[in-house]
Design a protein around this ligand. Sequence first.
Ligand code: ATP
Length: 268
Amino acid sequence: PSALRSVFLDTVPVRYSDIGGQAETIQKLREMIEWPLLHPEAFERLGVRSPKGVLLYGPPGCSKTLLVRACATESGVNFVAVKGPELLNKYVGESERAVREIFRKARAASPSIIFFDEIDALASSRSGSETGGSHEGVLTSLLNEMDGVQELLGVTVVAATNRPDVIDSALMRPGRLDRILYVGPPDQAGREEILRIRLRKMSVEPNIDIPMISSLAEGCSGAEMTALCQEAALLTMKEDINAPYVPQEAFIAAARSMKKQITPDVIA
Ligand code: ATP
């Protein structure tokens, strides 16, 4: 039973409208995830194989998790999520059992998405990486289950990583994670959109200059844009705990003080 604690069905729904600056990615995700789950007959009719699994890669905090959760909500399918590292550090054989259990649960809840976040923890290349070697059993169970999914319509596997370079190539064969999608950091327009989404829920000074703040926040991930808003509110409270709204100057100060986690080497 302890192996199941990391598995849950989604309860807090995320919508596409909660995600800023990822319109193209959302369109591609719908094709890769929603079409096979909701319209398998279209693939059959046209005589092509439907994608079975998708690997999302890109720098941290750039909405990979958010996108998959929104995809599940918007297409009305079930969502089973697990973080790669949570499956490790179990007694011998227990991780493998947990993997089988996740797939069993997803099949029972089909149509469904299984989301493996931080998949690199489980699926590092068996040679090469520093973690390689010790997780072979888990990787093998994962591959076995995915090959089983192939015959079973209604389950799509989505995995996410910041380190696509260490993923074992066996996972990327046709019928497994056969589609790869890069989820990048937001550009200026994307940061503006994320800010607008955040500000909808906040009490802020009227006519705030969103493009200006977004350009001060150049290099920020989506998660950092969220942190920026949080910081602006805290700065405001520090000034005056009774402040009725967050003034523009607090956003400016917060943007200037943001430490950016995405460096060029994570993007490449
Ligand atoms: P990691 O690689 O660290 O797991 P991730 O790419 O999965 O990160 P998320 O967990 O989806 O990133 O994003 C973290 C948080 O940042 C979200 O819960 C959300 O609050 C905010 N966020 C990230 N990207 C966006 C975005 N494009 N629009 C709105 N909010 C965003």
